[in-house]
Design a protein. Structure first.
Length: 727
């Protein structure tokens, strides 16, 4: 993008410079290119017709009637001061010889050296006079294949040869400037086209536009009428002018067929007509039946029709699309139409002036504008491509982020399930305190929430609560499940489980809270705890939280040596333990929770959360259910993407309800339900967009508890979950 911007700026500056030079070309007649004197030699001439009659000419230029192939002579006396000078004049479609005292000093007859046809075109004749001139008589013998051309005499001037050539160059400076400008514009377009091709980007017809400008440049170079002075054979260049007129409509149609592909058919018709015109005129020219000059009006007509047709199509396309780029092209082509109209009007209607005077400036301005158009389009396309790439990258980043979040959620869920499974394995060793670790985790999380901890900190404390007794995994079952009180030796064995738990969990470096909670949850605020006898704030905060939660669950649970204590008795014990067993601040938070628990939902007889397993291979359905239930804090949602995945999770985790999709790859909902019924006593709700009679009958045979039809109604889903989990 930055490269194209630099190209655009440089090109714009260059084109403005060209435009300035071209505009200066309008005033080139006021410029002085040589200090030498150029004098008019327009008086003193006599016209001698083929029948011998003579006519004095007041002044040149002069035009009178003459027949085709009629020979006339222009005669005058040469002043002595003209010795060694060069006189020069423009001749159009003539054969001529120039005599000085009956000695031929110059001859030009284009059709004599042509392979076919007659048209010699226009040429500037430079005739050198001898140094030892004396006073001699000069005769210019002229004839033409065209009527009235032999007696058309242009302005004759005389000067030193180099001054004469510079004078003609000066008078044709407009053509020269336009020719050079268009060559540079064409080369610039070719360079842009190559850059686009190398970048595998659309060229938008730039090569065709460059060809148009190259042909126009050649045309205006030929129109200077002095190329033969440097390169010889002006008739070749005159032929090229007619070929340009024959071929330029084809180039125009080819270029704009790429700009307006919807008009291809019409452009091909115009190209076909142009090729036919070219073929017919070439055959007639070669066979000497009709000359290019005689049919030039056909070429002009086809060029005018092609340009006007393209202008009309461009205007309609720009009006329809409101594309500023197309409107700029309309303006450029309109300038060409105006220039051609003025020149053709001057030539065919009032029959004066140079046919290409205004069209050459129009074509040059057209070239400048069209280069700007293509630079603008390249920059616009580059910006659009950059935006598309940015949007694609944003979409890709968003997609990858969602995948990462999904994987992180899976890993997080898997970690939670693993920790839960491990804690359940530990709890399963004690038939009296089964579920103890989960309850301690829940109480710890509630305390952390009251203390203003973040959700991330609450989650870490929750997992630390789940694993606080993991060290008991190495304590023999007969000690853990012993009826009555433990002996001192047995109690000392029990006291080893915090350090054992720490050694098991310390390898989890990303979450050191787990090991800390396991090691220090039996420390007491007054320093009488174990294993290290830490005092007060020296006990890690997570351990102080778990210590209060652990004591609360111990007092509200049935043990082998006593029954659960009443809520009031528990409250009194915690109040008494403030500052000795418990952190006073954390103990106050627990007392506040007890006071709020008017329905005794914190007691062992009821769970803090209901664990719901959603089994659906379409993640969007899982996300919808989680979104519906997010305002129900008593439900903890888990997910599985297949029946096999659901059964694996149920081996390690206790669920209060299963929401089961019927149609899934691999094991479908019916087979999954059948296997659940064989091993677990848990409510199951079918989820399906299919509620046919056959489906309902199969579900009833498998004793499904409820059937919810997709898409889910939030109220219906919540009512079903509340009903089934409260039973």
């Amino acid at each position: 993008m930055k490269v194209y911007k630099r190209i655009a700026i440089i090109a714009f500056v260059i084109q403005l410079m060209f435009l300035l030079v071209v505009l200066l070309g309008f005033h080139v007649d006021d410029m002085t290119l040589s200090k030498g004197e150029v004098r008019d030699w327009n008086a003193g001439w006599t016209l001698v017709r083929s029948d011998g009659t003579e006519e004095e000419i007041d002044s040149l230029p002069f035009q009178d009637t003459s027949d085709a192939d009629e020979t006339v002579v222009l005669r005058t006396k040469v002043p002595k001061e003209y010795a060694g000078k060069t006189f020069f004049f423009l001749s159009a479609d003539k054969k001529m010889k120039i005599w000085l005292n009956d000695v031929e000093i110059y001859a030009f007859g284009a059709w004599d050296i042509r392979l076919f046809g007659h048209t010699p075109g226009s040429v500037t004749n430079f005739v050198n006079l001898p140094d030892n001139l004396g006073e001699r008589e000069l005769e210019i013998e002229m004839s033409s294949h065209y009527k009235n051309y032999a007696t058309y005499l242009s302005n004759i001037r005389i000067a030193d040869r180099d001054v004469a050539i510079l004078q003609v160059i000066k008078e044709n400076m407009g053509n020269i400037i336009c020719s050079i400008a268009m060559i540079f514009l064409a080369l610039f377009l070719i360079a842009l086209s190559v850059l686009q091709r190398l970048s595998n980007k659309p060229q938008n017809g730039m090569s065709w536009l460059a060809t148009i400008l190259i042909w126009a440049s050649i045309y205006y170079a030929i129109e200077t009428k002095i190329l033969h002075v440097f390169f010889g054979n002006q008739t070749f260049y005159s032929m090229a002018i007619f070929l340009f007129l024959l071929y330029i409509p084809v180039l125009f149609c080819q270029y704009y067929s790429e700009i307006l592909p919807e008009c291809n058919k019409a452009f091909r018709i115009l190209m076909g007509l142009s090729f036919c015109n070219m073929a017919v005129q070439l055959v007639l020219q070669i066979s000497n039946v009709v000359d290019f000059m005689d049919m030039v009006f056909v070429s002009h007509l086809l060029l005018a029709v092609s340009v006007v047709f393209v202008l009309g199509k461009l205007f309609l396309a720009a009006h329809k699309s409101k594309d500023g780029n197309l409107w700029l092209q309309v303006a450029a082509l309109f300038i060409v139409v105006v220039g051609l109209s003025i020149d053709m009007g001057r030539s065919y209607v009032i029959k004066v002036g140079d046919l290409g005077k205004y069209s050459r400036y129009a074509f040059t301005l057209y070239g400048v504008i069209m280069v700007i158009v293509h630079i603008q389009r390249i920059v616009k396309d580059s910006v659009a491509e950059e935006i598309r790439n940015k949007e694609y990258l944003e979409q890709e980043v968003d997609r990858q982020t969602k995948v990462l979040q999904k994987n992180q959620k899976k890993m997080h869920d898997m970690l939670g399930q693993t920790i839960t499974a491990l804690s359940q394995t530990v709890d399963a060793k004690d038939r009296y305190t089964n579920g103890h670790s989960r309850r301690v985790a829940e109480y710890s999380k509630m305390l952390a929430a009251r203390m203003g901890k973040s959700e991330e900190e609450q989650e870490q404390i929750y997992y630390a609560g789940l694993l606080h007794d993991v060290g008991k995994i190495r304590i023999p079952d007969d000690i853990i499940n012993k009826p009555g009180r433990l002996t001192q030796e047995e109690f000392n064995y029990i006291k080893l489980h915090p350090v054992t738990g720490y050694n098991i969990l310390k390898c989890i470096e990303d979450n050191p809270v787990l090991a800390i909670g396991a090691k220090f949850h039996h420390e007491r605020y007054d320093g009488s705890g174990y294993p290290n006898g830490l005092i007060g704030e020296n006990i890690p905060e997570v351990a102080r939280i778990i210590g209060v939660a652990d004591a609360y669950d111990a007092m509200t649970s049935n043990r082998s040596y006593r029954n659960a204590m009443t809520q009031q008795a528990v409250r009194e014990q915690i109040e008494q333990g403030k500052g000795t067993q418990f952190d006073p601040e954390i103990a106050d938070h627990m007392l506040a929770l007890i006071d709020q628990d008017t329905e005794f939902t914190m007691r062992q007889t009821r769970q803090m959360h209901k664990n719901i397993l959603v089994v659906d291979d379409e993640i969007i359905n899982v996300e919808i259910i989680e979104s519906i239930m997010q305002d129900e804090p008593m439900y903890k949602m888990y997910s599985a993407t297949s029946g096999e995945d659901a059964l694996r999770q149920m081996e390690h985790h206790a669920f209060d309800l299963v929401l089961l999709d019927i149609i899934m790859p691999g094991m479908d909902g019916f087979e999954t339900l059948r296997r659940i019924r064989e091993h677990y006593d848990v409510p199951v709700v079918f989820l399906s967009a299919d509620r046919t009679k056959e489906t309902l009958e199969r579900a009833q045979k498998l004793k499904v508890d409820e059937y919810i039809t997709k898409p889910f109604l939030p109220l219906e889903l919540k009512e079903v979950l509340h009903s089934l989990t409260s039973q």
